[in-house]
Design a protein around this ligand. Structure first.
Ligand code: P6P
Length: 334
């Protein structure tokens, strides 16, 4: 058994690492973990509860079919965060526009959240891991007034916190506030998250590559060259690599952070800008990967340096073990 430290105790113990703590960060993380506990119970019985399974019959701003759990999770996380005075606004994959909290207490909130309530929702009905991913920024507009769009369009470097909840064989909460990455595993029998993966570091080398090879015909020649590189026989460089692609970015990236590997969702003829969204998928995952000692880029520059122009903009995404990423870039730029 690990020396049992709960999430709350961890935050108190590491106050110096949470420059914005003063209870604010604790309060915001408690909103996320509370929502995660509710999600955990709902996901585990989703197959039994018709209201949570299947499609809603509507589309989100991405033009993707909304699953009932997408809508449920979106409302749950928004309401949990709305109840915290620290948060003055939210951008969500499931909401076309930003949600600005303009009640008396919220306009004094210093933080904004960007969230993908359920990533990988197409896996819900087939019992495959899914997850929630979020980013936290300090607002740049003056306190005392409602948040504005510019608060949400900051580069990923400005994130004061980022994390994900993965609902898999166990439910885990993994986050960073800029001082390393720590993972907490949920014990549903007593409703507590315990520190199970302290100071997570992604191996510098790995042999797992994660990409949807069904799109191979649409890839650029250099992207095809890298996929072929992964499959060549070369014992000295531990190839061929192992292909692992779950269809849930968080699950693929979580495994690659633990074991080493590279996850790629490139731009292609089919997806000219890539598929993943910069603000509430790629930026938080890029911060976590960099904080764990890895690299995350759009093929040209670090994800965290991209200047956003739209809250739902997409970007090509390559992220994982440092040495694998360096080799990937060599081939992408050959
Ligand atoms: P494809 C899920 O919809 C997601 O955003 C990521 O979690 C996942 O890795 C990817 O898209 C799957 O997309 O086109 O390979 O089915």
């Amino acid at each position: 058994m690990h020396n049992l430290i709960t999430l709350g105790e961890f935050i108190i113990k590491n106050q110096r690492d949470f420059p914005y703590a003063k209870g604010q960060l604790t309060n915001m993380f408690s909103a996320i973990t509370l929502a995660a506990k509710v999600m955990n119970s709902q996901i585990n019985k989703a197959g039994l509860v018709d209201e949570l399974m299947g499609k809603v019959g509507t589309e989100n701003v991405q033009g993707e079919e909304q699953k009932k759990l997408d809508v449920y999770a979106n409302k749950l996380f928004i309401n949990a965060l709305k109840a915290r005075n620290e948060v003055c606004g939210i951008a969500s994959e499931e909401e076309e526009e930003t949600i600005i909290f303009d009640n008396e207490s919220a306009i004094n909130g210093k933080y904004i959240f960007l969230i993908d309530p359920i990533d990988g929702s197409s896996n819900i009905e087939v019992n495959v891991s899914i997850g929630t991913v979020f980013a936290i920024y300090r607002r740049i507009s003056p306190i005392g007034k409602p948040a504005i769009l510019e608060d949400f369009l900051q580069t990923g470097r400005n994130q004061v916190g980022a994390g994900y909840v993965i609902f898999g064989s166990s439910t885990m909460f993994v986050f960073t506030t800029g001082n390393g990455v720590n993972g907490f595993t949920y014990d549903p029998s007593i409703g507590v998250f315990y520190l199970s993966h302290p100071n997570l570091k992604i191996p510098q080398d790995g042999n797992i590559y994660s990409i949807n090879e069904g799109n191979y015909a649409y890839f650029s020649d250099n992207m095809k060259a890298y996929v072929n590189y992964c499959k060549e026989i070369d014992e000295a460089s531990n190839r061929p690599y192992t292909g692992r692609y779950i269809g849930s970015m968080i699950a693929d990236l979580h495994r690659n952070i633990l074991k080493g590997g590279v996850y790629m969702y490139p731009n292609s003829q089919k997806s000219p800008q890539g598929k993943l969204r910069l603000l509430y998928e790629c930026n938080p995952m890029a911060l976590l990967i960099e904080q764990a000692g890895g690299m995350a880029t759009n093929g040209q520059q670090p994800i965290l340096d991209i200047e956003p122009t739209d809250i739902h903009e997409r970007t090509p995404f390559y992220g994982g073990s440092m040495h694998m990423m360096e080799q990937l870039h060599k081939i992408l730029h050959a």
